[in-house]
Write a new protein. Structure first.
Length: 241
């Protein structure tokens, strides 16, 4: 079973409550879940939030909208992912963050297909360990074997605050890492389309006001084509890192 775990919490330091900000009448998290749901190769979607009191709102929102939700450690994100995968019987996990309301279902499908074809423990459309300057369509897929082994063996705080560093650091000894998934340029550009700073949200609001239609998801190819021709929009958050 392929389970997509969407990592989401209210406690962002740079933009508190970002996943519950309004975009075209819906919350950021709502758009993320509904875009992921368009992927053909996902069997189940679970929002993984924390036990912190502020995330009571996330749990209530998910239940109100019929989304599966799990609450776990705020600091030990690795444990949170492992517990979700174990509880819902995942064979492998697709990791998506809750602050990417333009995540494209085609890219998720490309990555899942590549993962299944190669038969590896980990694959991504970003080279392992790299932190892209412009976050846009980051997708990671991890086998349950690798996730469980990482949960059992990762000891450093950094390795448990995140999900995949232990896998990157031990790829030669313990894990099979697939080649970086090559995404057709029409689906993937070097633009920053995440929500982590106020300027990110300013750009996302403009995009949603222009492109969103109720009952549909925004076509990322149309957004890229527009941004190619309107660099002043890209400049709104291009300095954010």
């Amino acid at each position: 079973m392929t389970i997509c775990i969407i990592q989401a919490r209210m406690g962002s330091t740079r933009l508190p409550g970002k996943i519950m900000k309004d975009l075209a009448g819906k919350k950021v998290l709502w758009h993320v879940v509904n875009r992921v749901a368009k992927a053909k190769n996902i069997d189940k979607i679970v929002v993984a939030t924390t036990v912190n009191q502020e995330d009571d709102l996330v749990e209530h929102f998910c239940k109100e909208n019929g989304f599966l939700v799990y609450r776990g450690s705020a600091e030990n994100v690795l444990e949170r992912f492992y517990e979700v995968a174990k509880k819902f019987g995942a064979d492998h996990v697709v990791r998506i963050t809750g602050d990417c309301p333009l995540i494209d279902p085609h890219i998720i499908d490309f990555c899942v297909e590549a993962f299944l074809k190669v038969g590896c423990d980990y694959i991504s459309d970003v080279p392992p360990g790299d932190q892209p300057l412009f976050r846009n369509q980051d997708v990671e897929i991890i086998s349950f074997f690798a996730l469980e082994k990482t949960f059992q063996n990762a000891l450093k705080i950094y390795e448990r605050e995140h999900v995949t560093p232990y896998i990157w650091q031990n790829k030669k000894q313990e894990f099979t890492i697939g080649p970086t998934v090559a995404i057709d340029s029409k689906y993937n550009r070097n633009y920053r389309l995440t929500v982590d700073y106020p300027q990110d949200f300013e750009l996302m609001e403009k995009i949603y006001r222009k492109f969103y239609k109720p009952g549909e998801i925004i076509d990322i190819v149309e957004v890229y084509s527009f941004l190619d021709k309107n660099p002043e929009w890209v400049a709104i958050n291009s300095h954010c890192r």
